[in-house]
Design a protein around this ligand. Sequence first.
Ligand SMILES: *Cc1c(COP(=O)(O)O)cnc(C)c1O
Length: 392
Amino acid sequence: MGEPGIGGPGTGGHRRAPLGDGTRAVRAGLPEPVKNEPPLPGPVFAAHFHLPGEVEGPYTYGRDTNPTWTLLERAVAELEAPGDESAETVVFASGMAAVSAVLFSQARAGDTVVLPDDGYQVLPMVRAQLEAYGVRVRTAPTAGEAQLGVLDGARLLWIETPSNPGLDVCDVRRLAEAAHAGGALVAVDNTLATPLGQRPLELGADFSVASGTKGLTGHGDLLLGHVTCRDPRLAAGIRHWRKIVGAVPGPMEAWLAHRSLATLQLRTHRQWDNALAVAEALSHRPDVRGLRYPGLPDDPSHQRAARQMWGYGSVVSFTLADRAHAERFLSALDLVEDATSFGGVRSTAERRGRWGGDAVPEGFIRFSAGIEDTEDLIADVLRALDLAGSQD
Ligand SMILES: *Cc1c(COP(=O)(O)O)cnc(C)c1O
């Protein structure tokens, strides 16, 4: 990666905009300063608000609106679509609440929805539920824009790029153009990239959807999700869905998330640098196969990623000889926790096959780079690989 603030899509470096990522992240969603008030007001715990007389004003009942959500929603909208006043974010209790809000509020019986067949492991369950409601579902792989081939007559295209955990990348602009030409809406799952790594709305998507549980909040201590879109009617539909389903985040989670955004640029840039360093170190190892990181210049995803991403994310994937070898590697690590999820400040890794959902080899490892010092992290990974290999 380049120096912070230099480059952007096309160069593969970090972005330069009127305000840098770090500045935007640290100020995102802050209210106008009020004398004697805190810069980021604390969480508002309220199931209901004083409401004498007519039902009016922004805050009436805690399932509809909450001032702590409002500030977080403004912050995330500023990050997903810098400088675009029309962008609106709706926050949810989890990433899946946000994913389901888009799919289930948009798709009607008889509609066709296109999903990736290599996306997040809960999507097959979502598919079964959509089909139970009479929605037709088609799938295709992320790589090579294969979804183009199954778009005909679709109502909604769901894209996940980079895909999790395979790290394939598709050209969002190209897919969005084709989908729109056929009258379909386009949603991109932006969880892996975070809004500092990729801005789907600028690439033509109608919805940018993400789990805030991962890199966006980054501390592995809360669940959250969001949907960002520009069309006020689409946003109103998403808000309506949240109201009727009640998938609302707690004020404490929303506030913690907003607080965490201040360090988003520091965290993601260190994670991206660490992920690239880990990938480079792994690329020299004969015991590592199937190495994938979109930031590696010779990765199959690199060209597409460089055209549409500002950073390549914290996740590296690779395969060790077999299940036992992978388990020895994971237990030999000192600085990397064996845990699922990704995008946290502490590096994590797991043998993805233990879940059974993804089509991956038994020795497949999904590695998420944290914010440790790069030399320490690399040394730990290489030492654990040596130890795992010496017991063959
Ligand atoms: C984790 C994840 C989700 C779901 O998010 P939760 O916060 O766990 O509900 C959705 N999409 C992707 C790509 C994810 O990694």
